[in-house]
Design a protein around this ligand. Structure first.
Ligand code: PLP
Length: 370
């Protein structure tokens, strides 16, 4: 048997006719940029996030960058975030002209440790970017308290967590802005790049909608420096179709996660650390990520027997060559470094079959008892 990390083929065959129909509609309409499909998708994602405004942009990385700009973050400012995330989180901070300041994570959720944030605040700190890694929110109440106390903006990196909840509140309403990615592998994926920022703040929403069109307002008059970053009509039309299934897909992911955990625990007890879902959280399992000691050997073994896995992420951002000048060293964030050595994500997608999951777990057991 072969089990891929992600298989989008069944999903496509289920929606193929609808997708081809709307693509034909968009092309026949000749309206490709910022039309009705984008408007509808922005409204639906804002509603899901329990906020007023959605601003479609070209990708999740730009969503972060535009959020920072709209919150007034730029040259000379510092933004606190986690080193255990996809590069784009810190890349956006640096692209905005600001300095990423890292703090370590919590071991059990892999998310930024709120207790570490306050010590990293200086008079240059302007914002915090918590990342809801793998589909589970960061511990937002203490982060919100710190941000309020020090007058900092909160930008949620919700690229992996659309539809997740924290204490009954939605991802998207937990900060000043929240950034989604609709990269094809995300829980709600386009057929190309796409992203969005949601917010409840009308001024920030207005600024972002101007920045994404070159800072042009009124048209051809530029008071701010923007650029070209838009979600296009074809992707929005596809995403409008997929959006209707998101709730079902999230339930299927949660069920698959539950299956993995039961099978692994039964066979291996505590030899493997399975993902936790904190009581106050509703985890959407973008990834199902376990921790093991012999991680690289396990990955190689699984690869040989047809099970694809991924390492998110093998090198924390504070030790990435491009951030060398920030002056961090190995050992600065032990829990992030430990996670980078132990974490391995198993195949996870809504359509994954119980037989496939059974095979994955059997092969993991084989590795540990051989
Ligand atoms: C995917 C992702 C992004 C960036 O999204 P793109 O659409 O690929 O630019 C940012 N942050 C995190 C945590 C991500 O997983």
């Amino acid at each position: 048997m072969k089990v891929p990390m992600l298989d989008l083929s069944e999903q496509y065959s289920n929606i193929k006719e609808e997708v081809l129909t709307v693509l034909d509609e968009v092309m026949s309409s000749s309206r490709f940029i910022l039309g009705e499909n984008v408007k509808k998708f922005e409204a639906d994602i804002a509603k899901l996030s329990n906020v007023e405004y959605g601003v479609g942009v070209a990708n999740g990385s730009d969503a972060l960058h535009i959020s920072l700009q709209a919150c007034g973050v730029g040259q000379g400012d510092e933004v606190i975030t986690t080193p255990f995330t996809f590069f784009a989180t810190a890349g956006a901070i640096a692209r905005a002209g600001a300095t990423p300041v890292f703090v370590d994570i919590e071991e059990d959720t892999f998310n930024i440790d709120p207790k570490a944030i306050e010590a990293a605040i200086t008079d240059k700190t302007k914002a915090i970017i918590p990342v809801h890694l793998y589909g589970q929110t960061a511990d937002m109440d203490p982060i919100r308290e710190i941000a309020a106390k020090h007058n900092l903006a909160i930008i949620e990196d919700a690229a992996q967590a659309i539809g997740a909840k924290y204490k009954g509140r939605m991802v998207g309403e937990l900060g000043d802005t929240a950034c989604y990615s609709f990269f094809p592998t995300k829980n709600l994926g386009a057929y190309g790049d796409a992203g969005m920022v949601v917010t409840n703040n009308p001024d920030i929403a207005e600024k972002m909608s101007v920045i994404r069109v070159h800072g042009s307002k009124p048209k051809y008059y530029h008071h701010v420096l923007g650029y070209n970053s838009r979600l296009d009509e074809m992707q929005a039309a596809i995403l409008n179709i997929k959006f209707k299934k998101l709730g079902t897909w999230i339930e299927q992911r949660r069920q698959a996660a539950d299956n993995y955990t039961k099978m692994i625990k039964e066979a291996l007890g505590d030899q493997i650390v399975t993902p936790i879902e904190r009581e106050e959280n509703f985890h959407v399992f973008h990834q199902y990520t376990i921790r093991v000691d012999k991680r690289d050997e396990l990955q190689q073994y699984l690869n040989e027997v047809g099970v694809q896995t991924m390492i998110y992420y093998p090198l924390p951002l504070h030790v990435q060559p491009v951030f060398k000048e920030l002056g961090y060293n190995e050992g600065d964030f032990p829990l992030s470094e430990k996670a980078a050595n132990e974490a391995i994500s198993l195949p996870m997608f809504p359509e994954i079959k119980p037989e496939q999951q059974k095979y994955v777990v059997e092969k993991i057991i084989e590795f540990f008892i051989k």
